[in-house]
Design a protein around this ligand. Structure first.
Ligand code: T46
Length: 143
């Protein structure tokens, strides 16, 4: 994965064991190699390849880490000043989605499976779903 330069993000590396014909093992530990206290997880499958787009929002306070367990997709990150796209195609390699980071997922392979772990329960009030509102809040220094 290329170096992540936007704010409130960064690469996450899971520990791996390659047991050859017995498969591969991937390990994340909260507050060690996964930098949050995990309260919730969700996963996404059934994506319709290039037609699907998800995300397109930022979170005010929520911290998340996103992984591509199978296949690949493109993650677009925008901290209000800088934008970056990152391809996730390695289950051992995730990305931190910190607070006030506009993100979207697209370019899915049809076999793509995404896992997200978060440090809080679902709260719609934590979402900023309008890009202009996001930019205004970044300018107001809320990051
Ligand atoms: C994120 C990206 C990476 C719930 O009721 N509970 C939940 O835990 C989640 C994740 C979603 N929902 C409801 C809220 C919406 O009515 O499911 C619906 C779809 O959620 P959303 O449009 O936010 O889905 P994505 O895939 O665009 O975004 C998801 C996460 O919601 C979001 O926090 O950062 O993945």
């Amino acid at each position: 994965m290329q170096k992540i330069s936007v704010k409130n993000s960064g690469e996450i590396r899971l520990q791996t064991f390659d047991d050859r014909r017995d498969g591969r093992l991937f390990i994340g530990e909260a507050m060690k190699n996964v930098p949050l206290k995990i309260k919730r997880f969700y996963f996404i499958n059934g994506l319709m390849g290039k037609k699907s787009v998800r995300g397109r929002h930022a979170h005010r306070k929520l911290e998340q880490c996103i992984f591509c367990l199978h296949g690949s997709f493109v993650l677009t990150l925008d901290d209000g000043a800088r934008k970056q796209t990152v391809t996730l195609d390695d289950p051992a390699c995730g990305v931190r989605l910190g607070r006030m980071l506009w993100h979207s997922m697209s370019g899915f392979s049809k076999d793509c499976v995404i896992l997200v772990v978060t440090d809080d329960y679902y709260k719609e009030s934590d979402y900023i779903r309008n890009y202009e509102d996001f930019i205004q809040q970044v300018k107001a220094g809320k990051r």
